[in-house]
Design a protein around this ligand. Structure first.
Ligand SMILES: Cc1cc2nc3c(=O)[nH]c(=O)nc-3n(C[C@H](O)[C@H](O)[C@H](O)COP(=O)(O)OP(=O)(O)OC[C@H]3O[C@@H](n4cnc5c(N)ncnc54)[C@H](O)[C@@H]3O)c2cc1C
Length: 483
């Protein structure tokens, strides 16, 4: 059932994930300076489910209980639209800057469960896992890619067979896995989903890497080794990182035991490679993504327009042109979002899935748009993005200078610095830089995603149209054998 922020924080305190930060185990992430901001933000998202203003859209009723809308199995377009609106409410809270709000992976597990027959003998495990997540409203992260080590070789060609996560043994009660996954964002989750990233192309030899399962983030033998934190402590100085530092971590599986009821695929390379697309998980997670990216682009538009007005640069044609460029990108994302819902169709299991063309367009385009959007903010903000005194300077004796020299055309110094600090955190701080890397890669390697699109896209109708167009023209030049 839809839970509150207090429920989440208490659960995190009582059973913290195995988080390692700078060589030490994090005992309580809810109070740790690097992790507490994101934990609090996550708690606020859960709280909104009980806010009278948002309750209707963020939750739905089934069998007398209210659950989070991202667990709703859509059978109608209205239900699909409701899912989209719920994504947007949460995304607006964090300006689209938090990749692992729970709705992202809830969408995946919902699609797996609705298409559970795909998992054959493990179908009931998938259904039961969905009910477990839904009933307890848990936060989940995932880890899909193997450590980089040597990308010229397949998983079985690495210096140690257990660098990628692989099956060690099966027991009566479950399986034991060993190895690592390269990255999991938001290790403050309670559950970890482990599916391969669809690229087990080598065939024979990769069966032991063809495993899909879920474990609690505090499972014995599981370790999240975190990168350096990006969270600033003052919300005025670090408006985003102080609240939205999700963290990314290497995930180590040191002989982790997974009970049978948590195993979803075992030894079946084909099933691993096709799980996302065939079940509709791909479509539904990308649906959440297109809404999130709409919210993020709206945030950039708002900041860009305020920056320009704030320093009187909005009167210049080239500044207007740059802001209009963001508007065009925003409208493109909105168009993808609408089309994803309006052209949705049931998949082979009866689950309504957002339109593949729209979601492929959005998820392939945004990694290319985002660096440009970030660049535009830098081009408009210029030195204002770096000449940024801190909260403490405003409390110190030199404040009169700040009030005089850092005022804007339409803003007081205090308002102007707060706005420019936000723009700095979006574009230039460690947090802002990581956002760009995230946008480039979080859905997969953009190069191989384009290659996949080339492979799956039906180009035949367009080739045939061109052949038909050329056919009468060719009559003017007979083929050699006819001449
Ligand atoms: C900030 C951030 C957060 C992330 N969060 C998560 C998360 O929560 N969960 C998760 O599972 N993953 C996460 N990821 C990982 C993401 O899925 C990967 O970055 C993405 O799939 C690319 O894989 P890679 O990083 O291993 O790059 P690599 O595969 O190592 O690629 C490195 C370079 O080599 C090229 N290359 C490598 N192999 C090939 C090939 N076979 N053919 C052509 N070119 C190749 C690539 O094009 C690229 O230029 C995150 C990544 C980032 C940056």
């Amino acid at each position: 059932m839809a839970r509150t922020g207090k429920d989440y924080l208490e659960a995190l305190r009582k059973a913290p994930p195995s988080l390692w930060y700078k060589g030490e185990r994090v005992e309580d992430p809810t109070t740790h300076p690097v992790f507490r901001g994101a934990a609090q933000t996550m708690a606020r998202l859960y709280d909104l489910q009980h806010d009278p203003q948002y309750k209707e859209v963020l939750t739905y009723e089934e069998d007398g209980h209210r659950y989070g809308t991202s667990f709703l199995v859509p059978r109608t377009k209205e239900e699909l639209r409701k899912r989209g609106l719920a994504y947007k409410v949460w995304a607006d809270q964090h300006l689209g800057m938090m990749g692992r709000s729970p709705d992202y992976l809830n969408a995946v597990v919902m699609a797996y469960a609705a298409s559970a027959e795909y998992f054959g003998e493990f179908a009931e495990n998938v259904r039961a896992y969905y009910r477990y997540l839904r009933d307890n409203d848990l936060a989940t992260t995932h880890a899909l890619t193997n450590p980089q080590v040597n990308r010229a070789k397949p998983p079985s060609g690495q210096p140690d067979p257990y660098i990628p996560v692989g099956l060690v043994r099966q027991t009566e009660k479950g399986i034991v896995v060993r190895g690592a996954r390269m990255t999991a964002t938001f290790p403050l989750a309670e559950e970890l989903l482990v599916f391969p990233s669809t690229l087990l192309k080598e065939g024979p030899g990769s069966e032991k890497y063809a495993v899909a399962f879920a474990v609690p983030t505090n499972a014995p033998g599981l370790h999240f080794i975190c990168r350096e934190g990006l969270a600033g402590d003052s919300p005025f100085d670090h408006p985003l990182s102080s609240r939205l530092e999700e963290m990314d971590a290497l995930v180590v599986f040191d002989d982790v035991f997974v009970p049978w009821e948590r195993v979803f695929i075992l030894g079946d390379v084909e099933k691993c490679n096709n799980a996302y697309a065939r079940t509709g998980a791909l479509h539904h997670m990308a649906h959440q993504v297109v809404v999130l990216k709409t919210a993020k682009t709206e945030a950039f538009l708002g900041v860009a327009a305020l920056l320009a007005e704030g320093i009187g640069a909005d009167q210049y044609g080239h500044v207007q042109e740059k802001i209009a460029e963001i508007i065009v990108y925003l409208e493109a994302m909105r168009a993808f979002w609408t089309r994803a819902e309006e052209m949705a169709r049931p998949n082979e299991y009866g689950l309504l899935v957002p339109d593949r063309g729209a979601i492929d367009g959005a998820r392939n385009l945004y990694p290319r748009l985002y660096p440009r959007i970030r660049e535009i903010l830098q081009q408009i903000g210029a030195s204002g993005l770096i000449t940024l005194p801190s909260e403490k300077d405003f409390q110190g004796p030199l404040r009169p200078y700040l009030e005089k020299f850092l005022q804007g055309a339409t803003l007081s110094a205090r308002e102007r610095v707060a706005l420019f600090r936000l723009a700095w955190d979006m574009t230039l701080s460690g947090f802002g830089a990581r956002q760009e890397l995230y946008e480039r890669f979080f859905f997969g390697d953009p190069v191989r995603m384009y290659q996949t699109l080339y492979g799956v896209y039906d180009k035949e109708p367009y080739k045939e149209r061109i052949r038909a167009f050329l056919r009468p023209l060719l009559e003017a030049v007979p083929a050699l054998e006819e001449a």
